[in-house]
Ligand binder design. Structure first.
Ligand code: COA
Length: 431
C-alpha cells in the first residue's frame, strides 16, 4: 500500500518559508517528506539514533509504542501466538498472507527438504575454538551459505523463494549444530517426520545414543517465543539488514550483518544479560534493591537489563506473552526457579519506582524470554541465537520489501565537528 498525501508542513529557514508534503500511513502516523530539504536549503536534518526518522514506508509490521500494540501484516501478535505455528507466521511475513492448510503442508515439506546443510559446512564447526559464542558461528555460517549456494540470482522470484526457504530451514539446523559443538557432542541431523520447532528441539537435546522425547509444552512454547520475535519494524538489526541489502549484496550476507547487530547487549543480547543480572542478584542473597539503585544512579552506566525500549513507552505486548509462557513452562517442568521470583520482585519494584515511571520504563521482551528458555534447557549463550531464528522471517520480509522497491543505497549524512583544514607537518618536525 502507498502512503497517502495528507497535508503540508512549512519549514522556515533563514527567513524563507518552504512547504513540504505530509504523508499518512494506514494507521494514521504522519511524516513530513523532507527529501528535497538539502537541495532547496543546503541544510540536512540532525537526528542522532534516528529517533524521528522514517527510513522507509512498509506494509509489514505496525507498532504503537504508547498503546503497546504490535501487529504483523495487520494481525495482533497475541492472536497469532495463540492460533498459529511459527512457520505460518514466517509464511505470513514473507508472502503477505496466512497460508491455507494445503499451503502450510507444502511449506512444511519444503522446509524439511532443505533442512540439511552441506556436509563440508559441518567441518567449520569443528575448527571453532571451544567457548566460541554461537552468535559468531551463526553469522559466519549465514554468510557462508552464499558460497555453498551461489548459483541463485536475486532478481528471479523463484530463485529468491528458494534462498528464503533455505535460510529459514538451515539457520535452525546451524543454530542446533553450534550448540552441539559448544558442548562437545556429535551433531544430530534434522528429521523429515518432525515439525519445525520439534525438529529444532530434537537436534538440540537428542544424541546418537539417546532419543529425547519432545515435550509438547516445550514445542508450543518455542513456537510462541519465535512468533513474538518474528518482526519488529525498523529496529537496529532490521535497519542493518535493509541498509546492507541496499548496497546490492545478497540476502545471506545481509542476514549475517543483521545477526551481528542483534548480538549487541542493547538489542537481542539483552536476554542473556537479564539472566546474568538475575543470577548475580541471587548469588548476592536475592535483594533487588542494590540493582535498582545502580540502575537509577546517573553516574553509573548500568541499566536494568530487560527494561526500557526505544519504541514501547508502555508494557511491551511481547513481554506479557513471555511472562505467561514462562510460568507455563515452569509448571510443566515441575520445578521452582528462584530467578523467576527475583524477576517478578524486580519488575514490581521498578514499576512502582518514580525513576522508572517518569521515564516510561517497562519490562521488554527480553525480561522473561531468557527465563523461559532457561527452563526449556536452552543455555544462556544460545538465547540470542533463539532470537535470531525467530527474527529471521522478519528480516527476510523487510529485505524483500527493500529489494522490490528500488530503495536507494542507505547513506545518511553527518554534521562534521572535526578540525578545519590543516597542513601536514613533516615527520621530523612533529612534536
Ligand atoms: C532499550 C534501550 C537501549 C532504549 O533506549 P532509549 O529509547 O534510547 O532510551 P534512553 O537511552 O534515551 O533512556 C531514557 C532514560 O531512561 C533511562 N533508561 C533507559 N533504559 C534504562 C534501563 N534499562 N535502566 C535504567 N535506566 C534506563 C536512561 O538512562 C535515560 O535516563 P535520563 O533521561 O535520566 O538520561 C534502553 O532502554 C536500554 O538500554 N535498556 C536495557 C537493555 C535492554 O533491555 N535492551 C533490549 C531492548 S528490546
Amino acid at each position: 500500500m502507498k502512503m497517502e498525501k495528507n497535508g503540508t508542513a512549512e519549514i522556515r529557514v533563514d527567513g524563507k518559508t518552504l512547504t513540504y508534503p505530509v504523508y499518512e500511513g494506514t494507521e494514521g502516523e504522519r511524516a513530513i517528506d523532507i527529501s528535497k530539504l538539502r537541495k532547496e536549503t543546503g541544510l540536512i536534518t540532525y537526528d542522532s539514533g534516528f529517533m524521528n526518522t522514517g527510513s522507509c514506508a512498509s506494509d509489514i509490521t505496525f507498532i504503537d509504542g504508547e498503546k503497546g500494540i504490535l501487529r504483523y501484516r495487520g494481525y495482533d501478535v497475541a492472536d497469532l501466538a495463540e492460533k498459529c505455528e511459527f512457520i505460518e507466521v514466517a509464511y505470513l511475513l514473507v508472502h503477505g498472507s496466512l497460508p491455507t492448510a494445503v499451503q502450510k503442508d507444502r511449506y512444511s515439506q519444503l522446509l524439511n527438504q532443505h533442512s540439511m546443510i552441506h556436509e563440508d559446512m559441518k567441518d567449520f564447526f569443528s575448527n571453532y575454538p571451544e567457548h566460541s559464542h554461537p552468535m559468531a558461528i551463526l553469522s559466519a555460517m549465514a554468510v557462508s551459505l552464499s558460497s555453498f549456494y551461489p548459483e541463485l540470482g536475486q532478481d528471479v522470484k523463484e530463485d529468491l523463494d528458494m534462498t528464503v526457504t533455505r535460510l529459514i530451514s538451515k539457520l535452525r539446523t546451524i543454530a542446533a549444530f553450534s550448540y552441539k559443538k559448544s558442548i562437545g557432542e556429535p551433531t544430530i541431523y534434522p528429521r523429515h517426520d518432525l515439525k519445525y520447532c520439534e525438529n529444532f528441539l530434537n537436534m538440540m537435546f537428542s544424541s546418537p545414543v539417546r532419543k529425547e522425547p519432545i515435550n509438547p509444552v516445550m514445542a508450543d512454547a518455542l513456537n510462541k517465543l519465535l512468533i513474538i520475535h518474528a518482526d519488529h519494524e525498523q529496529n537496529c538489526s532490521t535497519s542493518v539488514v535493509r541498509g546492507v541489502g541496499s548496497s546490492g549484496i545478497n540476502l545471506y550476507a545481509s542476514i549475517a550483518a543483521g545477526i551481528c547487530a542483534l548480538w549487541g547487549p542493547r538489542h537481542g543480547g539483552a536476554n542473556q544479560h537479564v539472566i546474568e543480572m538475575l543470577e548475580e542478584i541471587y548469588r548476592e542473597g536475592g535483594d533487588v534493591s542494590k540493582v535498582i539503585e545502580r540502575a537509577k544512579n546517573p553516574r553509573s552506566p548500568f541499566r536494568l537489563m530487560g527494561f526500557g525500549h526505544r519504541v514501547y513507552k508502555s508494557y511491551d505486548p511481547r513481554a506479557k506473552i513471555a511472562k505467561e509462557l514462562c510460568k507455563k513452562v515452569i509448571a510443566a517442568t515441575n520445578t521452582k526457579d528462584p530467578l523467576l521470583d527475583i524477576a517478578q520482585e524486580l519488575e514490581e519494584r521498578a514499576l512502582n519506582d518514580s525513576y522508572f515511571q517518569e521515564r516510561n520504563l517497562y519490562p521488554n521482551v527480553d525480561f522473561y524470554t531468557g527465563l523461559t528458555y532457561r527452563e526449556m534447557g536452552i543455555p544462556t549463550n544460545m538465547f540470542t541465537v533463539m532470537f535470531a531464528i525467530g527474527r529471521l522471517p522478519g528480516w527476510i520480509a523487510q529485505w524483500l520489501e527493500m529489494n522490490n522497491s528500488e530503495t536507494p543505497i542507505a547513506r545518511p549524512r553527518q554534521v562534521y565537528t572535526g578540525p578545519n583544514l590543516r597542513k601536514v607537518t613533516p615527520i621530523a618536525k612533529r612534536k
